[in-house]
Ligand binder design. Structure first.
Ligand code: 13P
Length: 256
């Protein structure tokens, strides 16, 4: 049985005071509900400057810390970059890699993301690897081909043990921040396909254990339906994770 996992991607939002407050509210709301921690993993992924603040807020609680990106080298002359060693040192358990905003706005390629995935895993981070098609790709019936090539491009060369530490996130680009979520059927189809790819490349045991999150306008209203699909193991939440009450409602849907 795969545990549900709900992660908040705060993107480039909050300030120091708000980050501390939001994290404290999520921790308080989560630990107040008996049984939730057994049923749902929770992570908060603030911007880099607030990792330390959120690390303090979640310390000693079942809420984990994650970052939104990292470089593939451990250290060196890479001005402006942050290494996986630093993230681990700061208390991060997770790192989001391959988010569509980085692919499409910063030009990250599958090959670069593959290097980052390997570096993050070598530094004891659990990777949340995002894949997803654009609206044009969906309209041209290329969704599954895009998912296959992104998954293969980002995960090739990993051992089975390494792949077992990767969480996948299906984030259709057209659903991110638009209010147009994938239907439960569309999400289920993509997730089942991704699981079949994991099975093909890494075997059925790894595929059966791989958590596959849905992301893209996931909000309290649509969470119960989306999170009850058999291959939807949780959510990667953008906008709704910036409001503790809404984020906790999504966690509640995952705990059902
Ligand atoms: P929204 O929930 O704001 O659509 O963002 C989803 C996302 O990109 C999470 O990584």
């Amino acid at each position: 049985m795969r545990k549900k996992f709900v992660a908040g991607n705060w993107k480039m939002n909050t300030d120091a005071a708000r980050a501390a407050e939001l994290a404290a509210q999520v921790v308080a709301g989560f630990v107040a509900q008996p049984g939730w921690a057994e049923k749902v993993q929770v992570a908060l992924c603030p911007p880099f400057p607030y990792l330390g603040i959120v690390a303090q807020a979640v310390k000693g609680s079942p809420v984990h810390l994650g970052a939104q990106n990292c470089h593939h080298e451990a250290s060196g002359a890479y001005t402006g970059e942050v290494s996986p060693v630093m993230l681990h040192d700061t208390g991060c358990h997770y790192v989001i890699l391959g988010h569509s905003e980085r692919r499409h706005k910063m030009g990250e390629t599958d090959a670069q993301i593959n290097l980052k995935v390997k570096a993050a895993l070598q530094n004891n981070l659990t990777v949340i690897l995002c894949v997803g098609e654009t609206l044009t790709e969906r309209q041209e019936q290329r969704t599954l081909a895009v998912l296959q090539s992104q998954f293969h491009g980002c995960c090739h060369g990993l051992s089975r043990d390494a792949m077992a530490k990767v969480v996948l996130a299906y984030e259709p680009v057209w659903a991110i921040g638009t209010g147009h979520n994938a239907t439960p059927e569309q999400a289920q189809e993509a997730h089942a396909f991704l699981r079949s790819r994991v099975s093909e490349e890494f075997g059925p045991d790894v595929a059966g254990r791989t958590q596959i999150l849905y992301g893209g306008s996931l909000v309290p209203d649509n969470a119960p339906q989306l999170l009850s699909q058999p291959d939807v193991d949780g959510g990667l939440i953008g906008g709704a994770s910036l409001d503790a009450a809404r984020f906790l409602k999504i966690i509640e849907a995952g705990a059902r």
